[in-house]
Design a protein around this ligand. Structure first.
Ligand code: NAD
Ligand code: LMR
Length: 333
């Protein structure tokens, strides 16, 4: 029997990430090659013409899985009936703007869109926030959409996770598909902690070895590796004069696909989720943890050992998120 289409909302769809993301969704990268989709694309009135151009291109691409496109600047129309919401829309930082100015613009957007999703999205809609500050935007969305279960709201740190896999793969000259179980802890910012203490590589012989043993260079793993992953977004901006888009779109698809369809046996991924106090991370922050997914639900991987070096880094990024949370609330009051 033909599957019912899933309605997927992309906000900020006329932007850079949107332009890379919507064809991936329409091709089945998000939910698999048998799952039809209806795309809901939201942007703001100044981008309406450009959004319509994206819609025209989607029609021209004749994607067999794409069963409809809603392109709108009306947030209610955009949110109505959606099963998955990928929130990419936001206000970028401009010259002369302070962090607080950007925060203030974005938390107001996320507060308003939280209400629209709460009232008009399908029951059990899964939400992924990509727009920065991603963790805090997701937290605001959660706070202002109290009837959406907190388990359904997340933010993107899979890009950082994939960046960490990529760095290890380059360093060891192994296929990236053979590296697994890195962890991104905390904020999608330069305080994030990319942790390889539990990561492994599958060798051509089939044997699995720890990344620490194979790299055999703790100074690199505790220094340059961490700062490269933390600063990768800035390095892309420097090189492209634009922030990452294809890798962000691809990571957003990885995040939703694993959440809906499940993580492979023995593998975890990183997702920004509402902290329940695991690993002594303060409850009530949107914090990136290692998670596994089954039956459409994520669970934080428990019982991993945290050494003193890691503890400090987990706490530092939690402190930044606590400050961001306070700043966000001060912008809304
Ligand atoms: P962009 O400026 O090209 O696109 C943003 C789009 O959002 C624009 O089309 C804009 O008109 C739209 N927009 C603004 N306000 C909106 C609103 N209220 N409702 C709907 N749409 C709105 O930016 P981009 O390069 O696509 O990046 C989007 C966001 O993603 C940025 O905040 C960026 O910092 C963030 N980002 C996050 C990650 C991550 O890993 N979490 C990675 C890369 C980029
Ligand atoms: C990224 O990680 O590439 C982005 O979050 C960078 C940015 O500031 O947009």
């Amino acid at each position: 029997m033909a599957q019912e289409p899933v309605r997927v909302l992309v906000t900020g769809a006329a932007g850079q990430i949107g332009y890379a993301l919507v064809p991936m969704i329409a091709r089945g990268v998000l939910l698999g090659s048998n799952q039809p989709v209806i795309l809901h694309m939201l942007d703001i009135p100044p981008a309406a013409e450009s959004l319509n151009g994206v819609k025209m291109e989607l029609v021209d691409a004749a994607f067999p899985l794409l069963k409809g496109v809603v392109a709108t600047t009306d947030v209610v129309e955009a949110c109505t009936g959606v099963n998955i919401a990928i929130m990419v829309g936001g206000f970028p930082r401009k010259e002369g703007m302070e962090r607080k100015d950007v925060m203030s613009k974005n938390v107001s957007i996320y507060k308003a869109q939280a209400s629209a999703l709460e009232k008009h999205a399908a029951a059990n809609c899964k939400v992924l926030v990509v727009a920065n500050p991603a963790n805090t935007n997701a937290l605001i969305l959660k706070e202002f959409a109290p009837s959406i279960p907190e388990k359904n709201i997340s933010c993107l740190t899979r890009l950082d996770h994939n960046r960490a896999l990529g760095q290890i793969s380059e360093r060891l000259n192994v296929q990236v598909s053979e590296v697994k179980n890195v962890i991104i802890w905390g904020n999608h910012s330069s305080t994030q902690y990319p942790d390889v203490n539990h990561a492994t590589v599958k060798l051509p012989s089939g044997e699995e070895k720890s990344v620490r043993e194979l790299v055999a260079d703790d100074a690199w793993l505790n220094g340059e590796f961490i700062s490269t992953v933390q600063q990768r977004g800035a390095a892309i901006i420097k090189a492209r004069k634009l922030s990452s888009a294809l890798s962000a779109a691809s990571a957003a698809c990885d995040h939703i696909r694993d959440w809906v369809l499940g993580t492979p046996e023995g593998t975890w991924v990183s997702m920004g989720v509402y902290s329940d106090g695991s690993y002594n991370v303060p409850a009530g922050l949107m914090y990136s943890f290692p998670v596994t997914c089954r039956n459409g639900e994520w669970s934080i991987v428990q019982g991993l050992s945290i050494d003193e070096f890691s503890r400090k880094k987990l706490d530092l990024t939690a402190e930044e998120l606590t400050e961001e949370k306070a700043l966000a609330y001060s912008c809304l009051s």
